[in-house]
Ligand binder design. Structure first.
Ligand SMILES: NC(=O)C1=CN([C@@H]2O[C@H](COP(=O)(O)OP(=O)(O)OC[C@H]3O[C@@H](n4cnc5c(N)ncnc54)[C@H](OP(=O)(O)O)[C@@H]3O)[C@@H](O)[C@H]2O)C=CC1
Ligand SMILES: O=C(O)C(=O)[C@@H](O)[C@H](O)C(=O)CO
Length: 284
């Protein structure tokens, strides 16, 4: 898989040998009717990794942009996620088929269980076993989870065969998630950091703006560089070309130890999104 070479985006090797670009582009809250254009721009800017989900309703636009880009399908890494209403085995298999159809792909790069939903009447272990079936038939290169806590992962380890390749969780300077990240790392699971700039909430923090001023970078670049140096995968979302360019321009500077520590010191265990231990929302 070729990363966008001129921009220097590194790849990370997942536990089954598949390579994922460490920086990608997220499309949560990109309206379906705008998605083909927005993702087309991101691909022009140099992104080669797109993070979508059935829940976002915009997989068709992602597929359209990939198809129209003129870039070989094998050079673009695409992730999607199983929606919350499809946790039963048969529903999960059908939902995966729909994703492939909407994207217009023969094969997806990464498919995730979006939320564990620990309070619903379908056990997420059943859902994970359906993911294993999907993986076994070869139409997805890697499978993983999102918003899984260590207790949820321990059950998967005990009751199923395949270890998730990634765990996509909320991480940013106000929610450092060091315990879950360490658990993931100890079990060869790559952590992906969602809402990496906390949807903008961390960008006015004086500790971050001070580093940005000193380095002549934007606050978003400083925060995203912090994630990259911690080793997580990130996929900031923006509908603006200028911000897309900023957010991928991270590979020609570094934060020193003091800068990294200063940002890590901002942690206050503050979520911007739902808590996976209590979130049981099923879209109707
Ligand atoms: N697995 C899960 O449960 C979840 C996964 N995700 C994934 O993570 C991705 C990223 O998270 P998301 O919640 O979108 O939030 P982000 O942390 O990426 O922040 C996006 C917001 O920040 C603004 N922004 C982007 N770049 C800049 C910049 N350089 N300077 C100032 N503002 C900026 C955007 O505005 P604008 O667009 O106007 O530029 C938008 O309002 C999602 O798109 C999705 O793929 C997100 C939530 C949950
Ligand atoms: O964006 C996602 O991937 C999500 O799961 C979130 O939208 C989450 O479902 C949420 O914030 C609901 O309010």
């Amino acid at each position: 898989m070729a990363p966008a070479p001129a921009l220097g985006v590194p790849t990370i090797t997942l536990n089954n040998g598949v390579e994922i670009p460490q920086l990608g582009f997220g499309v949560y809250q990109v309206p379906p009717e705008d998605t083909a254009d927005v993702v087309g721009t991101a691909l022009e800017v140099g992104y080669r990794h797109i993070d979508t989900a059935q829940m976002y309703g915009n997989e068709k636009g992602v597929g359209e942009a990939v198809g129209a880009s003129g870039i070989d399908r094998s050079e673009i890494f695409v992730t999607s996620k199983l929606n919350n209403g499809f946790h039963r085995r048969d529903d999960a298999l059908r939902a995966f088929d729909r994703s492939l159809g909407d994207l217009g792909f023969e094969q997806l790069d990464l498919f995730l269980v979006h939320w564990p939903l620990p309070g619903i009447d379908v056990d997420y272990v059943e859902t994970w076993k359906a993911m294993e079936e999907i993986y076994a038939d070869g139409r997805v290169r890697a499978i993983g989870v999102s918003n899984f806590q260590p207790a949820h992962l321990r059950r998967l380890f005990a009751e199923s065969e395949i270890r998730p390749a990634v765990n996509q969780i909320e991480v940013h300077p106000y929610l450092a998630q060091d315990d879950v990240r360490a658990f993931d790392a100890d079990h060869e699971i790559v952590t992906e950091a969602w809402s990496p700039i906390a949807q903008g909430k961390v960008l006015d923090d004086p500790a971050i703006t001070a580093i940005a001023e000193r380095l002549g970078r934007t606050p978003a670049q400083v925060v995203l560089r912090w994630h990259v140096q911690r080793g997580d995968v990130v996929f900031p979302k923006s509908v603006s070309r200028e911000r897309m360019e900023q957010n991928i321009g991270l590979f020609d500077f570094e934060l020193d130890t003091g800068g990294m520590a200063s940002i890590s010191g901002l942690n206050r265990n503050e979520r911007t999104g739902p808590d996976p231990d209590t979130f049981n929302y099923i879209p109707r």
